[in-house]
Design a protein around this ligand. Structure first.
Ligand code: GDP
Ligand code: IMO
Ligand code: MG
Length: 442
């Protein structure tokens, strides 16, 4: 029995969904604990590609609960279209459970998110435009509408009639946008509530019962450590807490429940949206990493934007080990490096103004945005890893690369992913019951 948190160790899109799909096989409940439809989680199974925004990737297995927890924000329109899409493809959705406490993304959240990011000009964040920031802001400001309200027409009408005129002031006066009609918003969202009602429940109680019955729970993080509102590269972050600690708050369970935390990292780094990215590369190098023209090309799952790409950043990953308390790592997309002549790993930063060296993430955003990477360069392996199924089958230089990452992070790599599909996976050690965690007391 083990309850496991899977967390992105970088800036999102690390391949969390692929690893969730793998580990969900032995879990009974799979829980999304934060974020909303800003997430884009891709799973390739049996020749099919599934792209999830809100529904946990575990839904592809029968007889499991897929929970969208209290810490999430839900655009009901997107959730319903995901449910419909799965049904059309013959996937049962009976196991889907949505928390009464999750917050609802309303049309004014979408409008404000998009207008606000545009309005920031050169300081824009490059959000996904899915209304995430404004929904979480309203939650903190106690102006939110929760799933429990969405499925209760009386409560919904009262809140919509109160909130929409307030938001219209912002829409019209601040952004010169057309106002919304409270009646229309109510009618539309009441219908969404009716359709979603069968899925809405107290998911914290469901998880607690499962734990008492010795079932395995898998917590599926969205986004990644460096996009965390508190621990990420603020202000270029999302508005929730993807870090492992967020799983407790976002799922409604206590920290004593979590047995293991697995960090997911690409074998290199990507970032979508704005914000400093010390190891970013451009031009031909970037094209090679972006693997243009392949099915696993680096384009955002949610927005279709090209992902910014760069070398692996061990400084950031060391930070991710710390703030998540990672037990082990899953390294994905090793195959993307197959054709590289040489491979860089950033082991420290140099402040371009003062020359100071940083081996840990600088605490000042003013410093982080002007650092340059100090690289260690390793030889590439120039051969395909796609068919490798054991560590031994990997080319020597690929093994050396992975070993060096382990050394730098003082954390073991339990899983290596060498392709998009389930079978493109190397299990180096049991990711759930593997060797003792870095921080374990002796
Ligand atoms: P997530 O948001 O962390 O779940 O990741 P995304 O789904 O947004 O992006 C990861 C992309 O890489 C998806 O298209 C995956 O199918 C793909 N992928 C995952 N693991 C591997 C791998 O080992 N090799 C390759 N080539 N693609 C992978
Ligand atoms: P998954 O779960 C990568 C980024 C956006 C933007 C910033 C804030 O697929 O890894 P938001 O819309 O959340 O207010 O945008 O966060 N971002 C992601 N980048 N993967 C994601 O999710 C992301 N979700 C948000 O690009 O820079
Ligand atoms: Mg993604």
């Amino acid at each position: 029995m083990a309850n496991v948190v899977l967390v992105g160790a970088q800036w999102g899109d690390e391949g969390k969904a692929k690893v969730t799909d793998l580990l969900a096989k032995n879990a009974h409940v799979i829980v999304r604990y934060q974020g909303g439809s800003n997430a884009g989680h891709t799973v390739a199974v049996d020749g099919e590609i599934y792209k999830f925004h809100l529904i946990p990737s575990g839904i592809l297995y029968k007889d499991k609960f897929a929970v969208i927890g209290p810490g999430t924000v839900i655009d009901p329109k997107i959730l319903l279209s995901e449910i419909e899409d799965l049904k059309r493809r013959g996937i049962a959705v009976g196991g889907l459970k949505v928390s009464t406490a999750a917050h609802v993304t309303m049309p004014y959240h979408l409008a404000i998110d998009q207008a606000e990011d545009r309005g920031r000009g050169t300081k824009k964040i490059g959000t996904t435009g899915r209304g995430i920031g404004p929904t979480y802001a309203d939650k903190a400001d106690r102006f939110g509408i929760r799933m429990a309200d969405l499925i209760d027409p009386i409560e919904l009408e009262e809140r919509v009639n109160w909130l929409v005129p307030r938001k219209n002031v912002i829409l019209e006066r601040l952004y010169s946008l057309p106002p919304e009609d409270p009646k229309k918003v109510y009618e539309e969202y009441r219908e969404y509530g009716e359709k979603l009602k069968p899925f809405v429940t107290d998911t914290s109680a469901l998880i607690f019962d499962a734990i008492k019955n010795k079932k395995n729970i898998l917590f599926e993080g969205a986004q990644g450590t460096l996009l965390d509102l508190d621990h990420g590269t603020y202000p270029y972050v999302t508005s929730s807490n993807p870090v492992a600690g967020g799983a407790c708050i976002g799922a409604g369970i206590g920290p004593t429940v979590v047995d293991r935390v697995i960090g997911i990292s690409k074998a290199y780094t990507t970032r979508v949206g704005e914000g400093p990215f010390p190891t970013e590369v451009f031009g031909r190098e970037a094209d090679e990493l972006r693997a243009t023209g392949t099915t696993w090309a680096e384009f955002g799952t949610t927005t279709g934007r090209p992902r910014r790409v760069g070398w692996l950043d061990a400084v950031l990953l060391k930070y991710a080990v710390r703030v998540n308390g990672l037990d082990c790592l899953a390294v994905t997309k090793l195959d993307v490096l197959d054709s590289m002549e040489e491979i860089n790993i950033c082991i420290a930063y140099e402040d371009t103004l003062t020359g100071a060296k940083y081996y840990d993430l600088p605490l000042f955003s003013g410093v982080f945005k002007r650092v340059k990477p100090i690289y260690e360069t390793l030889p590439g392996w120039k051969s395909s890893t796609n068919e490798c199924r054991t560590r031994e089958e990997l080319p020597e230089n690929a093994k050396k690369y992975l070993n060096r990452i382990q050394e730098l992070l003082d954390t073991s790599i339990a899983i290596v992913s060498v392709g998009q599909k389930r079978e493109h996976t190397i299990i180096i050690e049991d990711p759930i019951h593997g060797p003792k965690r870095v921080l374990q007391k002796t």
